[in-house]
Design a binder for this molecule. Structure first.
Ligand SMILES: Cc1cc2nc3c(=O)[nH]c(=O)nc-3n(C[C@H](O)[C@H](O)[C@H](O)COP(=O)(O)OP(=O)(O)OC[C@H]3O[C@@H](n4cnc5c(N)ncnc54)[C@H](O)[C@@H]3O)c2cc1C
Length: 395
């Protein structure tokens, strides 16, 4: 029986393992290894950090969803991968594989900017469940005695959407509480212009976001790098100093240490159009762990975001390629790098899509509408249902 090991139990790892099981049934032994024992619907973490969701609303225990499907779950941290001898290194020993799918996501590189991050630094982050829960506590304290806020992304960041969502949601929540006038807000970003998102923008996203932020009285500082965060202040490399009582900044990302040696200097792993590693032909990589070159150099370094939508498509491409190789059937089509994104704006939302992800593009859509917000809320429920029942082939 073919042994397939999947590293990570999130968007990439879960989708890949369910799809492999669906296509291969008893022909393969599939093992998922994750250091987290639950699936977290990460796109809802900004909501959780404001008290709009609780952890139980957006998590599912992995054992409960994998084992009934006949997928082995190992709740362990991967220490490394020996790709030459096709073995995953775990604390409990070696785990051999015939095929490996790496879906380990990012390591958050707080250490690259002095004072960044909640551990030993002065900013909050909403990128993981524990961090978002901590940011919620900081938000509760802030509400008792509000003051200036700074939100944004530091140099080298790539996941630009969440700080925009957070800024819009904070604005909406403060207005709901009738205390917006007590909170001067700055949005500080390494993007060359607002709405660039690391992908050269979505249609008219620059002008559109400038207007949306102007209407909300959120001051924009784009194309900026951060020198350091000190308690209550962010100092930019151009000398500007912005005070804050609460700051939330997206850090740069790197590949996780256990698999970084298979990739580029930042630990992201280059793959071909079916998500196969360039050298190790039985290794596939999906999601944030993949290396994608930026479309253009930017004055302050930025990276390309790898969204959940993209991750699911990559996982399906990898799983279908592996399954057709094992079954000896025709290869599926390659992964097409398109993106569809629903950006919450607190009281409304934006629907954005780009085909392909990087310019020049065939199609770009950017629409602000209340239905986009309903769609985002419905998608959260739908995706959790889909993962709970292993329905990887549902759209
Ligand atoms: C706040 C936020 C909001 C977002 N909103 C959206 C959105 O609205 N729409 C959208 O499309 N995308 C969104 N994204 C992006 C989306 O969450 C990611 O694209 C997606 O999570 C990537 O999935 P992944 O499987 O590649 O990695 P991850 O989700 O990061 O999962 C990696 C998994 O690997 C495990 N792992 C890592 N290292 C090890 C190890 N050494 N051993 C064992 N296990 C390990 C981790 O515990 C984790 O479970 C958002 C991201 C953030 C941070």
């Amino acid at each position: 029986m073919t042994r397939i090991v999947v590293l990570g139990g999130s968007f990439g790892g879960l989708t890949a393992s369910f799809e492999l099981k669906r296509l291969l049934g008893g022909r393969a032994e599939i093992t998922v290894v994750s250091d987290l024992d639950e699936f977290v619907f990460i796109p809802s973490l900004p909501w959780l950090s404001l008290g709009w969701r609780s952890a139980k609303d957006i998590t599912i225990p992995l054992k409960e969803i994998l084992e009934p499907k006949g997928i082995i779950f190992r709740h362990e941290e991967v220490k490394g991968v020996d790709a030459d001898s096709s073995k995953v290194i775990l604390g409990s020993g070696g785990l051999p594989y015939d095929y490996l799918v790496i879906a380990t996501g990012p390591a958050l590189a707080f250490g690259e900017v002095p004072g960044l991050g909640p551990d030993g630094g002065h900013t909050e982050c909403i990128f993981t469940l524990p961090l978002a829960e901590r940011a919620k506590k900081a938000w509760d304290r802030f509400l008792e005695n509000p003051g200036p806020m700074a939100v944004g992304s530091v140099q080298g960041a790539s996941c630009f959407g969440p700080p925009y969502e957070y800024a819009f949601e904070i604005d909406a929540e403060l207005r709901r509480r009738k205390i917006r006038h007590k909170v001067p807000m700055h949005f500080i970003t390494s993007e060359p212009y607002i709405g660039h998102f690391g992908i050269g923008g979505f249609g008219a996203s620059k002008r559109w976001l400038e207007d949306e932020f102007a209407e909300r009285d959120i001051k924009i500082l784009a194309n900026r790098a951060v020198e350091e965060f000190t308690p209550g202040e962010v100092k930019l490399k151009d000398g500007t100093k912005i005070p804050f009582k609460l700051a939330m900044f997206a850090p740069a990302m790197k590949g996780v240490p256990a698999v970084a040696h298979l990739g580029n200097p930042r630990g992201f792993i280059p793959v071909d159009e079916r998500m196969r590693h360039k050298t190790h032909k039985n290794v596939f990589v999906v999601g944030v762990a993949v290396a994608i070159a930026p479309p253009e150099p930017t004055p302050i370094p930025t990276g390309v975001p790898k969204t959940g939508f993209m991750t699911v498509r990559m996982a399906l491409a990898a799983a279908r390629t592996i399954a057709s190789e094992i079954r000896g059937t025709a290869m599926p089509g390659p992964y097409e790098m398109n993106v569809l994104c629903l950006m919450d704006m607190g009281t409304t939302a934006a629907y954005m899509s780009a085909k392909p992800l990087l310019p020049p593009r065939q199609e770009t859509t950017l629409k602000k509408a209340l239905w986009a917000r309903w769609m985002k809320m419905a998608f959260e429920r739908y995706f959790l249902f889909k993962m709970k029942h292993g329905l990887s082939n549902w759209p």
